[in-house]
Design a protein around this ligand. Structure first.
Ligand code: SF4
Ligand code: SF4
Length: 462
């Protein structure tokens, strides 16, 4: 049932929505470019292990890298062609990553090999999870966390709710919006499979109320035998953050350091759910995704189905190129996205959008000292003290940021940076601090081995 009243959380910000350029533009397919670049690291967890060599011929949908462990997924060729090189290549996160580059076959009809379509009716939860992992599915909302892991909560944490994240609160982006408008039945089919796999009876789709056509399409197509509610959410940033969505829909709060499953919920992005549905409709793995290409600096703003691995330059060329006053190109969106200086950078599974900004939208680079205005404290949706965290980050006191000021709860949403009158790049500093802590943890020597007695005691306590 449609809930007409907005639901929201405390704090947050209201950046201009800027979705008008593409919110009513239908999704269309981008032609295959001449080359694609498939990084082996496109998901959270361990990078995939390469299975091909230079000179190998691959068909569209063939596996070119396999999952390396449980928190990992395989990568598939998004176009038929020949492996031209395997080497270091620019990645959207700014690093160089081992990448398989494929010369796309110009005259190939790009028809994938015939494949078995799994019949979801007869599958056990384990078999569904295996099919989802084998399909290379990750969260398409940006975090790229392997989806099969979310489908496997431990037995002692029963799941009551499946929350489908259709908030899409980042300015400019309309990827999820158009997916919900154009493929609502597919979203419901994906929900059905996830509900069966998780054993949950209730699902809620949260959609910000600036997408009335998406709410209407989803509402109109709810299958009679599924307990699915479409919930209209107040337009506020970051409404689509997992913890915010859970709080707004269920009234529950995810404690510090815990996961959605600790409060009986699994949250999945609407695009990932549509991808799960596709696996059980066509058998095809995740080899393409919907990407919004937009901003005042792009000549033909569009919503595109893009082969994973298509390079930034090719995507922009297909959209008419950039304007003379284009200042910055961002993957993801202006609040959480990352600036892209290299046109060879590929669209990965986690790329939600390409936003081309002109000078008036780009924050001035010059920063000033903190004036203790407190705006960042009022903006932070998880009640951190970004001002204090910023000072500690500048001083390199990362441990203190974690132990005393709860850096682990920071979602890197960018609300604090957005409101800061001193232009301090707070969330970028927190991202670097988190990365420094991760490196520190990885470099720490392992704990000394336990004696036999200690080991026995440990086993008893456990
Ligand atoms: S980036 Fe972190 S500290 Fe800043 S507002 Fe978001 S959650 Fe709070
Ligand atoms: S918003 Fe900026 S200037 Fe104001 S308290 Fe926070 S860090 Fe300092």
């Amino acid at each position: 049932m449609l809930n007409l009243f907005g639901h929201t959380f405390r704090h947050g910000v209201h950046p201009p929505e800027s979705k008008g350029l593409t919110e009513h533009v239908p999704i269309r397919r981008m032609p295959f470019p001449k080359r694609i670049a498939l990084p082996l690291r496109q998901h959270a967890g361990k990078p995939a292990k390469c299975l091909v060599r230079k000179g190998d011929r691959v068909e569209r949908g063939d596996k070119i890298a396999e999952a390396d462990g449980y928190v990992s997924v395989p990568i598939h060729a998004s176009a038929a062609g020949t492996v031209a090189e395997i080497g270091w290549w620019p990645h959207p996160d700014g690093s160089m990553v081992e990448t398989v580059v494929i010369d796309v076959e110009h005259y190939s009809p790009q028809i994938p090999r015939p494949r078995m379509v799994p019949d979801w009716h007869g599958l056990t939860p384990d078999q569904v999870r295996a099919a989802v992992q084998e399909g290379g599915v990750v969260g398409l909302g940006g975090a790229a966390f392997p989806t099969h892991v979310k489908l496997a909560p431990p037995e002692e944490l029963p799941i009551e709710w499946l929350l489908v994240n259709g908030a899409e609160c980042e300015p400019y982006l309309t990827t999820d919006h158009r997916t919900m408008v154009e493929y609502p039945e597919r979203v419901h089919f994906g929900i059905r499979i996830m509900m069966q796999c998780l054993g949950v009876k209730r699902a809620v789709i949260g959609v910000e109320m600036n997408k009335p056509d998406a709410i209407e399409a989803l509402q109109r197509t709810i299958p009679a035998d599924l307990d699915v509610t479409v919930r209209g959410l107040t337009v506020k940033y970051p409404q689509g953050a997992e913890k915010m969505l859970i709080n707004v829909v269920t009234g529950r709060e995810v404690p510090s350091g815990k996961l959605p499953m600790h409060v009986g919920t699994v949250v999945q992005n609407v695009g990932s759910i549509a991808t799960i549905a596709e696996i059980f409709e066509t058998g095809l793995p995740l080899i393409e995704r919907v990407v919004t290409v937009t901003g005042p600096g792009v000549r033909r703003p569009s919503n595109l189905i893009v082969p994973v691995g298509a390079m930034l330059g090719d995507v922009l060329d297909f959209c008419g190129g950039i304007t003379d006053d284009a200042e910055e190109i961002v993957f993801g969106g202006p609040m959480m996205g990352s600036s892209q200086p290299d046109m060879r950078t590929p669209i990965t599974k986690g790329t939600t959008g390409v936003v081309v900004l002109t000078a008036s939208e780009v924050k001035p680079k010059k920063t000033y000292p903190c004036i203790k205005c407190g705006h960042c404290l009022d903006a932070c949706p998880v009640f951190l003290n970004p001002s204090q965290l910023g000072l500690l980050a500048q001083a390199g006191r990362y441990d203190e940021m974690q132990t005393r000021y709860h850096l682990q709860d920071c979602m890197l949403c960018g609300s604090c940076s957005y409101v800061c009158p001193s232009n301090i790049p707070l969330s970028q500093m927190f991202a670097l601090s988190k990365s420094a802590l991760r490196k520190q943890a990885a470099a720490a020597p392992p704990p000394p081995p336990k004696t036999e007695d200690e080991g026995a005691e440990g086993a008893k306590v456990a």
